[in-house]
Design a protein around this ligand. Structure first.
Ligand SMILES: O=C(O)CCC(=O)C(=O)O
Length: 271
């Protein structure tokens, strides 16, 4: 018996490779997360999505609480079963009237997971409407090849680090996944997805959280880190993430940077 998802949502997942919208946070909780996000960005140079890559929950107790949220874990258990790890998280943000976009891609391209089976919960802190450049998917694309060819375009307006792009997608087959603040979508890492610029007067702020069954391994480097959310990790595939003692402790900042460097080096080694 599923804990959060309905039979219709499980059917939507099987058919499309994504499920949305799912209520996770109340409107007030989402507004509180967004305030914390705004406070963080006003206290730093540049953008949080560039500074805290791959494991944004490591320096922030409030993000740690989000990635370990009980209802989120219940939804993940509905899709992945009882042995769950959260191995990463990232901000995906566009400012108000922001020309930046995210090109058609599959997350499996650079994750380095074996087998390439991971799913992402994308939590909206603000309204992710069509006008604001919500995510869209190509339904059913999760049933195709695990990794399609991606061209690295390095387009300056592409929020993906290498502008990695799957060419020749028919946009008429795309389906948008609009979300209200506090709702989430979930997508499979083979599902082809993208998003358009933000044409709205408000920032579009999202937080993506990556989960897998604990039997999935990180094949690109040794001793990968994750939070053991539920169940067992019988093969010992994942070392426990260090829980933040307080916001932006030097150790937690060093941990994010060290992990991102490991990823970056592994990606460089692929090319
Ligand atoms: O935020 C977006 O528009 C895209 C996010 C994304 O690519 C992801 O969560 O995998």
């Amino acid at each position: 018996m599923p804990k959060v998802l309905t039979d219709e949502q499980l059917e939507q997942w099987e058919r499309t490779g994504a499920v949305w919208p799912i209520d996770l946070l109340s409107e007030d909780e989402a507004a509180d997360y967004n305030l914390r996000f705004e406070g963080l960005e006003s206290s730093m140079e540049g953008e949080a999505q560039d500074r805290f890559r791959m494991k944004a929950h490591l320096p922030f107790p409030w993000l740690w609480d989000l990635v370990t949220h009980e209802r989120l874990a219940d939804a993940m258990e509905d899709l992945l079963g009882p042995n769950l790890v959260c191995w990463g998280s990232s901000f995906f943000t566009k400012k108000a009237r922001d020309p930046r976009f995210i090109s058609w891609h599959q997350d499996s391209t650079y994750y380095g997971l074996e087998p390439p089976e991971s799913i992402t919960a994308w939590v909206a802190f603000t309204h992710a409407s069509s006008e604001a450049g919500c995510m869209k998917i190509i339904p059913g694309s999760h049933k195709g090849a695990a990794i399609l060819p991606h061209e690295e375009t390095y387009d300056k307006n592409n929020l993906l680090s290498r502008g990695q792009t799957i060419r020749d997608i028919d946009p008429s087959t795309a389906v948008e996944m609009p979300l209200k603040p506090g709702q989430m979508s979930i997508h499979h890492n083979k599902t082809i997805h993208s998003s358009e610029p933000n044409n709205a007067d408000w920032p579009r702020v999202g937080f993506a959280i990556h989960f897998a069954d604990s039997s999935v391994r990180q094949a690109q480097f040794e001793n990968p880190l994750a939070i053991h959310i539920r169940g067992e990790d019988t093969d010992g595939n994942w070392v426990e993430d260090p829980r933040p003692e307080y916001e932006m402790s030097p150790e937690s900042i060093a941990a994010v940077d060290e992990y991102w460097n490991r990823y970056r080096n592994a990606m460089k080694a692929q090319t």
